[in-house]
Design a protein around this ligand. Structure first.
Ligand SMILES: CCCCCCCCCCCCCCC(=O)SCCNC(=O)CCNC(=O)[C@H](O)C(C)(C)COP(=O)(O)OP(=O)(O)OC[C@H]1O[C@@H](n2cnc3c(N)ncnc32)[C@H](O)[C@@H]1OP(=O)(O)O
Ligand code: UBL
Length: 287
């Protein structure tokens, strides 16, 4: 077939998809989420050779390449980021970064602010997402088995040693799973054990609620603005394992307060909790 016909075919298909998306929000939602996954695959196809050629294999330096590719994704979805407090990343040496986790779309917000020499902790199932898993591996993502607390704790303890030796920051989602209920899930303590074991600061990062532009339950996915705030580091020097719970609570409360401010909602009472606990937050492939 001639290239001219192929181009016409692609243009007609795109127009058709656009009309379908306009007619039905549910179709629009699936198409936009599908387009996001396709972008992740295409971005990985571009990033894998670049990482191998420029850096030779698995290294945190590859995150720079991945970051530059993913930062372009927001333009396809009409998403805008408003970032405050980037200077709080400028701590000497390693640190634990903790942030809220609402959806697979978080990868765009992550790459928007990701500091140099920073790897993420992810569930091991992500390694099996083909080329996307491969790029995560090359970027230095630390994979944990959430089904085995012992194994996850062992990996985290190893990370506590290497992050100091190699001067790396580690990004953890302390909710441990995606959550787009418009509130926070209770924090798991792994990140805070890690910070105290390594005696490094915790840097909280908060993203405003996605619910005004993204809601899998109502099949909403439109353009929107995301406010991001990087909070001042919380020191852990001198803290011991007895302080893990206090540190976890302190981060949880500070971040949750900030979340409601950034999301333009009134400050919650202590009783306020997720209103849609069973909400599905991503694609079935990533369960
Ligand atoms: C071009 C496009 C390509 C795109 C590429 C983009 C690349 C970027 C990739 C980004 C990937 C992001 C992936 C995000 C995720 O996958 S989130 C899911 C995985 N992450 C987490 O789960 C982290 C948070 N979880 C924890 O910290 C947990 O605590 C964990 C360590 C995993 C253990 O969990 P669990 O088994 O559920 O146990 P508990 O949390 O209940 O803990 C049990 C008791 O153990 C104590 N504990 C925990 N950790 C430790 C530790 N390190 N040392 C000692 N003790 C520990 C904990 O306190 C509990 O005891 P108590 O109840 O307090 O007595
Ligand atoms: C050969 C296998 C082929 C599989 C192809 C899969 C293609 C997938 C394509 C794109 C996926 C985009 C992935 C972006 C990164 C998302 C990271 C993420 O957000 O993971 C979710 C995890 O934090 C928590 O998981 P749960 O909420 O507990 O569940």
């Amino acid at each position: 077939m001639e290239p001219g016909w192929l181009l016409w075919g692609a243009a007609v298909l795109l127009l058709l998809l656009h009309v379908l998306a306009e007619l039905s929000p549910a179709v629009g939602f699936v198409l936009r989420l599908g387009w996001y996954c396709l972008l992740c695959v295409l971005g990985s196809l571009l990033a894998v050779p670049a990482c191998l050629l420029l850096n030779g294999g698995r290294t945190v330096r590859n995150m720079r390449i991945i970051k530059n590719i993913v930062k372009a994704f927001k333009y396809f979805f009409g998403l805008k980021f408003e970032v405050k407090g980037l200077e709080n990343f400028e701590v000497e040496g390693p640190a634990i970064v903790v942030s809220n986790h609402q959806s697979i779309l978080d990868m765009m917000g992550l790459m928007e602010v990701l500091p140099d020499n920073c790897v993420q902790v992810g569930k091991k199932e992500l390694l099996y997402t083909g080329i996307v898993g491969l790029i995560m591996y090359l970027g230095g993502v630390i994979f944990i088995n959430r089904k085995s607390t012992t194994s996850a704790k062992m990996v985290m303890s190893e990370v506590a040693k290497t992050m100091v030796a190699e001067n790396v920051k580690v990004w953890v989602y302390p909710e441990g799973t995606r959550n787009c209920t418009g509130d926070f899930l209770p924090f798991k303590k792994g990140a805070f054990h890690l910070a105290i074991q390594a005696q490094v600061p915790v840097i909280p990062v908060v993203y405003s609620s996605f619910t005004s532009f993204y809601n899998p339950k109502t099949k909403l996915f439109t353009s929107g603005k995301i406010k991001v705030e990087i909070l001042p580091p919380i020191e852990t020097k001198g803290l011991t394992s007895d302080d893990v719970s206090d540190l976890t609570d302190r981060c949880y409360h500070t971040m949750r307060e900030t979340f409601f401010v950034l999301s333009g909602r009134p400050s919650p009472s202590e009783q306020w909790g997720p209103d849609q606990p069973d909400v599905w937050c991503g694609t079935a492939l990533l369960v």
